[in-house]
Design a protein around this ligand. Structure first.
Ligand code: ADP
Ligand code: MG
Length: 589
């Protein structure tokens, strides 16, 4: 079909609106055009977060020389001819708006050649006006370069976020398309560095590996039942992560309908629902769900950006998604309720205490940072501030104000104080203690870093790698030292001393994930976010049995805190039942 201007009637059916919001949306539109053109390889080159340059090169069908100018006219498309076509859209584009919209706010150079043509054509546009046009030799396909985006719309420029944020949004779009089109070879370059590429093998698992790295990829469960696929008009497939891989927001639930990435709160909720009771409160799964259904069951012409769609039978779709994911999870993991006791990262609940000292008693190099660490008896009883009450029958002068009664659920310490009874969350309390100690050390510029003898390899997603680069300085101030090692591979050379006993890769990943889930943290917030995460990683977990001296040391240190009542994330560290409350509860008053 050749490019033609849509009829007024059809044009008015297509809701008007903004197509190009930011660099990410330009990348999205250009990549969609390449996919629609049947490309098998798509190369995306970005400079300065897309402000300077966005170039997309493909080996697709190419644009006929005589139609190249027309492609930049509003409502000019080769993908739609009649009103009926709107009911069954089989391409990603169809509104004929993108190239017109993009060229109006930038400088465009496009070179395109159809495969069976000897030569191609080059066109240069500035603010939508053609300023140059010539016959050009070129490989088959299309290369389109967008320079100085929004140079003529200063208001828009002002609304752009930092380069890091814009890069991340671009990464997100590219990785989504790579997932939906595993048979296409994608390569993304930021400022001359390849940050993401896929093989085009056709295997989604290869793409997952490139995006999430081996650790997460290993924990993704295949969703859907291919055997039954043919019979159903709704087909649900994809991957859902094991509950242990979870995130702080819904952004990691990716939904695709007939090859198009979409945003749909109800369907995201269907996925979250499937994890019901498997995830702690406030945590969300990581999942990619591909939904295939007859074209006329979905209306994609809802919004200019085409990421919102309407379904004819939303209820059936919700049920199908929820059921498919739930079946996968139930099959793969013996359903274990998180129950009321365990919180966030803590898997062992009441009665589930696991070898508490397994990790902590591993022999290891002497540390120079005793003041930052949980003073265990195991490490160095000599300089620990722990009163050795157990050994000497508990007659020390230096007893805490609160008296430890015991531990319950391997998660809470019960203590008695002058004001009644205290139930202390050991993890939250230790987080608070470490946080204040860390901040004090930070103030004195004495944050200790622990070198790793052999370094630890970690594999980051493109957006995590961007995060890492953007925040290298802060990370180093806190004790992380990381070196690049191949595309998106990194070697961790040092970690903050307080997490020396944790898995270094996990500690770094957790920190970057926290940064990722923050929309665009202010520079001052970044450090605080990282410090909170480091302390959370280092803190004792629920599920660890504590000895009496350890509990006493914890309470002693908590008492020394400026803000002992909440953890750095704002959750309470303790519940207090006053003597009066107890008396009232027992009907003594
Ligand atoms: P739409 O994709 O909605 O049709 P666009 O403005 O994005 O509108 O593109 C206009 C037309 O230009 C498309 O219909 C297509 O014919 C042509 N086109 C754009 N990009 C490419 C490409 N990379 N390869 C081949 N043709 C393209
Ligand atoms: Mg398009």
């Amino acid at each position: 079909m050749s490019i033609q201007v849509l009829s007024d009637q059809l044009a008015s059916q297509i809701a008007a609106g903004e197509v190009v919001e930011r660099p990410g949306s330009v990348v999205k539109e250009l990549v969609e055009n390449s996919i629609d053109a049947g490309a098998t390889a798509i190369q995306i080159e970005v400079r300065a977060g897309g402000r300077q340059l966005i170039q997309v090169a493909d080996d697709g069908a190419g644009i006929p020389a005589e139609e190249l100018e027309l492609a930049f006219v509003r409502h000019a498309t080769s993908k739609l001819a009649t009103v009926d076509d709107l009911n069954a859209i089989g391409t990603l584009g169809f509104r004929g708006e993108a190239l017109a919209a993009i060229s109006a706010v930038s400088q465009v150079t496009v070179v395109s050649r159809q495969r069976d043509m000897a030569t191609g054509k080059r066109l240069v546009l500035k603010a939508g006006e053609v300023v140059g046009s010539a016959t050009a030799g070129a490989p088959a396909g299309t290369v389109i370069a967008i320079e100085n985006l929004f140079y003529n719309v200063p208001a828009r420029l002002k609304f752009l976020k930092t380069d890091t944020t814009e890069k991340r949004l671009i990464d997100e779009f590219v990785t989504r398309y790579a997932l939906a089109y595993p048979h296409i070879r994608f390569r993304l370059t930021h400022d001359n560095r390849v940050t993401f590429q896929t093989t085009g093998s056709g295997n989604v698992q290869d793409v997952l590996l490139a995006i999430y790295g081996p650790d997460v990829a290993r924990q993704l469960l295949a969703v859907g039942n291919p055997a039954a696929a043919g019979e159903r008009s709704i087909r649900v497939s994809g991957f859902a992560a094991e509950p242990s891989v979870n995130r702080a927001n819904r952004n990691h639930i990716n939904l695709f309908v007939n090859g198009r990435w979409i945003r749909d709160h109800r369907l995201s909720y269907a996925v979250t629902q499937a994890y019901h009771t498997l995830l702690p409160g406030g945590r969300y799964p990581l999942a990619l769900i591909f939904i295939d259904l007859p074209r006329d069951e979905v209306d994609v012409n809802v919004h200019p950006t085409k990421v919102e769609v309407r379904f004819r039978d939303e209820g059936a779709l919700f049920a199908a998604v929820q059921r498919a994911v739930r079946e996968t999870l139930v099959e793969a993991t013996p359903v274990r309720d998180m129950g009321a006791w365990a919180t966030a990262d803590d898997l062992a609940g009441w009665g589930g205490a696991r070898g508490a000292f397994e990790r902590r008693e591993q022999p290891e190099a002497t540390q120079t940072t005793a003041d930052l660490r949980w003073p265990t008896l195991a490490a160095s009883p000599g300089n620990s501030p722990v009163p050795e009450s157990g050994a000497n029958g508990g007659e020390e002068a230096q007893l805490p104000v609160m008296r430890v009664v015991g531990q319950i659920g391997a998660a809470y310490v019960i203590a008695e104080g002058p004001e009644g009874m205290y139930l202390i969350d050991q993890h939250a309390a230790h987080e608070r203690v470490l946080y204040e100690q860390f901040m004090a050390a930070r103030e004195r510029q004495e944050v200790a870093s622990q070198g790793l003898v052999s370094g630890a390899a970690v594999y980051l997603s493109p957006s995590q790698a961007t995060m890492l680069e953007a925040n290298q300085e802060v990370l180093e101030r806190l004790g992380f030292r990381v070196e690049p090692f191949g595309p998106n591979g990194f070697i961790i050379r040092a970690v903050p001393a307080i997490v020396a006993r944790s898995d270094p890769a996990q500690a770094l990943l957790a920190a970057l994930t926290d940064l990722e889930s923050e929309k665009s943290p202010l520079a001052e917030e970044v450090e605080a976010i990282l410090v909170r995460r480091v302390c959370k990683t280092a803190a004792i977990k629920a599920g660890q049995t504590l000895s009496r001296p350890e509990m006493e040391a914890l309470i002693l240190q908590l008492e020394a805190c400026d803000n002992p009542h909440t953890c750095p994330h704002g959750r309470p560290t303790m519940i207090h039942l006053s003597a009066a409350t107890l008396a009232r509860q027992f009907g003594r008053t």
